[in-house]
Structures are given as structure tokens and as C-alpha cells.
Design a protein around this ligand. Structure first.
Ligand code: ADP
Ligand code: MG
Length: 262
């Protein structure tokens, strides 16, 4: 796969809520193995875009392509089955359940043969083993898989949520403000984790208001404004203040910031 193979694409997405146009012909391109940041002011259509790409909303118009195939997501499960995992802003864990149970939440492994098929018995040992391996591969050390998630810090909980997404995602992980609820040290841990996820060949969509985070992590920056993609910026060529100016409309991208081709 070449570096600019597109894994996920959208063309002309439209979503209206009554008189409000949340998506106004929005395009989107995600390359294989990249971290693409999505930035934009409040109301720019970031969440609506991510919802369309993750099956949480059905666009009024437009097309979505995954690995070169047209896809139609009617609900989040459709996108998950297609290999797109989404991490929502609210820490997405069940506090009373343990780490392994959280990794496999809603997708529990059954025992092989009769025990699993007829008696629906869970394969707890395999879920613990797979969770341990998954966390190790991502460089996360949390101790016993039997610990309740409520005993973990915010950053550790987020790490469990990332591990779950990375375990099930085959193509893409979408993260909506993954560090918004975290302190500096814990944010750094999640940043390392996002890099690990990219190392494993998954493409990451990162929605964030945190410009230093965006500039340290992103390979490219998608700028959302008034329901459209108004620029694709190369963080190596553009300053943070120019990126913010493009985001707010104070600066028009082509003259100011040399957008890269999609
Ligand atoms: N469920 C909804 N009902 C009505 N309006 C909505 C809804 N969701 C989003 N909007 C509106 O659509 C626009 C884009 O919202 P959103 O996609 O959440 O932007 P962002 O995530 O960039 O802040 C905003 O004006 C918002 O108020
Ligand atoms: Mg939003």
C-alpha cells in the first residue's frame, strides 16, 4: 500500500437539522497509516462529520468510501463491522467492570464448541490473555486484568478505551477529543498511545482543540469551517497561529498556508 492510499473518503456530505446546515458539502480524505487531525470552531461540523463516518448519523447527501468501496452506514454497528472504531469524548468505559470485560464489552468471546454455542459460556481466560497482550503491545502497564476500571485513573481508563478500539479496528480509529478530560501527564500517555496505534498500521482521525497536541501528532490537518472542509494543512509548513486563522476564517488557506493535496 503506498503512503497516499486513501482508506476512508467522503464526498459532498450534507446534513441539515431544520434550518441549520451542519454539513454543507463536506469532503474528507484519510490516508493509510496517518494521523489526521480535524480542527474547527464550535459549530463547524466536526462532530457531524465524525458521526457520518461512524454510522451515528445518516447524511442527507454525499458518499462515503472505505478502501475504495462505497459504503452505507445506517447505524454505528455497520461502521464497526466495517473496521471503523470510534472513541467518543465521554470516557467510554463501564467503571464497575474489570479491564478485560471493558476491552470486550459488547463483543465478548464465547468458549469454543458446545459450551459457547449452546450454553453461551464466556471465554474469560482468553479475554484476559488477549487483553493482557493487547495492552502490552501498546506499551500500557496496568497490572491485573481483573481490576475494576473504577480503580484506575482517568488516563488509564482512556488507555483501556484506546486498547479496545485498537483491538477491534481493522482500518480506522476515530477519536473525539481523547485528552480533553485528562491532565498533562495523562494526556502525554494517551499521545504515546496514539503513536503506537499508528505504528500498528491503523489510520487515526483525531478531533482536537489542543493545537500543541495537534501539531505534535498530526501528519495532516483537516480544517472544518461552516460545514465544509476549507483546507488541508501540513503541520510542518504552517504555524499554529496560521492554522487557527484559517479555522476562524481570518485567513484564506491557499495564499497563506500552502495546503497539501488530498
Ligand atoms: N442534533 C442536532 N440538532 C440540531 N442542530 C444540531 C444537531 N447537531 C448539530 N447541530 C448543529 O449543527 C452545527 C454543527 O454542529 P457540530 O457538528 O456539533 O459541530 P462541531 O462538532 O464542530 O462543534 C451546529 O450549528 C450545531 O448547533
Ligand atoms: Mg463537536
Amino acid at each position: 500500500m503506498s503512503a497516499d492510499t486513501l482508506v476512508l473518503e467522503a464526498r459532498g456530505l450534507v446534513k441539515r437539522y431544520g434550518h441549520v446546515t451542519a454539513l454543507d458539502g463536506c469532503d474528507f480524505d484519510l490516508r493509510a497509516g496517518e494521523i489526521l487531525a480535524v480542527i474547527g470552531d464550535n459549530g463547524a461540523g466536526k462532530s457531524s462529520l465524525i458521526k457520518a463516518l461512524s454510522g451515528a448519523l445518516i447524511p442527507d447527501a454525499g458518499e462515503i468510501w472505505l478502501d475504495g468501496q462505497r459504503v452505507y452506514f445506517h447505524r454505528p454497528l455497520d461502521a464497526r463491522r466495517a473496521g471503523i472504531e470510534t472513541l467518543h469524548q465521554e470516557l467510554a468505559v463501564a467503571p464497575a467492570l474489570n479491564i478485560a470485560e471493558n476491552v470486550f464489552l459488547g463483543r465478548e468471546l464465547r468458549r469454543p464448541g458446545f459450551l459457547g454455542a449452546a450454553l453461551r459460556m464466556l471465554d474469560k481466560q482468553r479475554m484476559r490473555d488477549d487483553s493482557t497482550r493487547q495492552l502490552q503491545q501498546l506499551g500500557i502497564t496496568l497490572g491485573s486484568m481483573r481490576q475494576a476500571v473504577e480503580t484506575l485513573s482517568g488516563g488509564q481508563r482512556q488507555a483501556v478505551a484506546v486498547a479496545r478500539s485498537a483491538y477491534f479496528a481493522r482500518h480506522v480509529i476515530i477519536m473525539d477529543e481523547p485528552t480533553a478530560a485528562l491532565g498533562v501527564r495523562e494526556s502525554n500517555m494517551v499521545v504515546d498511545l496514539i503513536r503506537q496505534v499508528r505504528e500498528r498500521g491503523l489510520a487515526v482521525v483525531l478531533i482536537s482543540h489542543n493545537m500543541p497536541l495537534v501539531f505534535s501528532l498530526a501528519d495532516r490537518i483537516h480544517v472544518a469551517r461552516l460545514g465544509k472542509r476549507v483546507a488541508i494543512l501540513d503541520p510542518a509548513l504552517v504555524s499554529m497561529s496560521d492554522a487557527v486563522a484559517v479555522m476562524t476564517g481570518a485567513l484564506v488557506a491557499p495564499s497563506a498556508s500552502r495546503p497539501t493535496a488530498p
